[in-house]
Design a protein around this ligand. Structure first.
Ligand code: DAH
Length: 347
């Protein structure tokens, strides 16, 4: 019986070590260690042995069983590791492969222009403030020296919500709000950028557009003058439209300034030579401005004997159009991605 056991042992060891995969190992496990396996059947035949020999043979069979079990599981581990290594090798990710392109949106040309204007004025020490788009008649007109029934109101066709409330037609309304907020005894240096609304709609006018308003107020002894207004607007326009841009001041009328000026800049299209865009004049009208009217100062808490300053306002949309050579204002609002994507490279 011992020889038989030894024979089974040798045979099974060599078969196990020659097994090619886990499947074969499992078959060998059944063949030798299973219920009907070769070693098990030896245990069954032990009835024929003497009482002394039984434990010795039993012990021997169990030892061989243990040995085979450990051999099989070692081999099994080796197969599993091999399999894992093969998988790891086959499934490696090439991180040097370029990824799929993600489609990104681009900043709207209006927002680019607004950010540039704000950055410029912040660099000159101005505050950037905001005001409501739904404005009262009082702030939009009355406090700016435009009482009810004033003929200059006709220049701004308005969207009234009630008799008192309207969509603001001009960011100038913020002048009055800021003067009242400052309480009449502090200097002001502010710009306000925001949406404005008027009843008009064509290639160069939209019912909704954006304006930037500027207001500088200081004590008269500090001499905030027309020269400062000119210098400020020159920096503003040259930085936005290019250093070769020139400005032309034309006397004009606004109820909230006296004297008032309309400001033209050299045509971006022809550089001042004259073309169809500037109607052969070489100039394009861009800003309204002037010295703040004493009535406006008085109505909003500043003593015109002590304080004075200048104001200006311009359309951001027109500025963006000149800056980027956009010929129809409606492009700015239809949001065609083919149009918007063209400003991606422009910093
Ligand atoms: N609010 C004026 C408009 O919408 C523009 C303007 C003109 C603003 C003169 C000003 C100014 O501050 O002083 O047409």
């Amino acid at each position: 019986m011992r020889e038989q056991i030894e024979e089974i042992k040798q045979k099974s060891i060599s078969e196990i070590s020659n097994a090619n995969d886990i499947k074969e190992l499992n078959e060998l496990r059944v063949k030798y260690l299973g219920k009907k396996g070769e070693l098990t059947s030896i245990l069954r035949g032990m009835g024929a042995l003497s009482a002394e020999e039984r434990p010795i043979i039993g012990n021997l069979v169990n030892k061989v069983k243990e040995e085979l079990e450990s051999l099989i599981s070692k081999k099994e581990e080796a197969f599993k590791e091999e399999e894992l290594n093969r998988k790891l090798k086959n499934e490696t990710i090439d991180i040097t492969l370029p990824s799929k392109k993600i489609k990104r949106g681009s900043k709207h040309p209006l927002n680019r222009t607004i950010e540039e204007v704000e950055d410029l004025f912040v660099s000159m020490g101005y505050d950037v403030i905001e005001g409501p788009e739904l404005e009262t008649d009082e702030f939009c007109f009355e406090r700016l020296n435009l009482p009810k029934g004033h003929p200059a109101r006709d220049m701004q066709d308005s969207f009234y919500i009630t008799n008192e409330y309207l969509l603001r037609t001009q960011t100038s309304a913020i002048q009055a709000r800021e003067m009242l907020r400052k309480g009449g005894n502090e200097p002001i240096r502010m710009i306000c950028v925001g949406k404005t609304y008027r009843r008009e709609d064509d290639a160069t006018h939209s019912h909704q557009f954006n304006q930037v308003e500027g207001l500088v107020i200081d004590k008269k002894e500090n001499h905030v003058s027309l020269a400062d207004l000119k210098g400020t607007l020159e920096v503003f326009m040259k930085k936005m439209l290019g250093e070769s841009t020139e400005l032309r001041f034309r006397p004009s009328y606004f109820p909230f300034t006296e004297p008032s000026y309309e400001v033209d800049v050299t045509c971006f299209n022809c550089g001042g030579k004259g073309c169809s865009l500037c109607k052969k004049t070489g100039w394009i009208e861009l800003l309204g401005s002037g010295i703040v009217h004493p009535n406006v100062l008085k109505m909003n808490g500043y003593d015109p004997e002590v304080y004075g300053g200048f104001a200006f306002g311009t359309g951001i949309d027109r500025l963006a159009m000149f800056k980027y050579g956009i010929t129809d204002m409606r492009y700015l609002y239809t949001n065609d991605v083919r149009f918007l994507g063209q400003f991606d490279r422009m910093g």
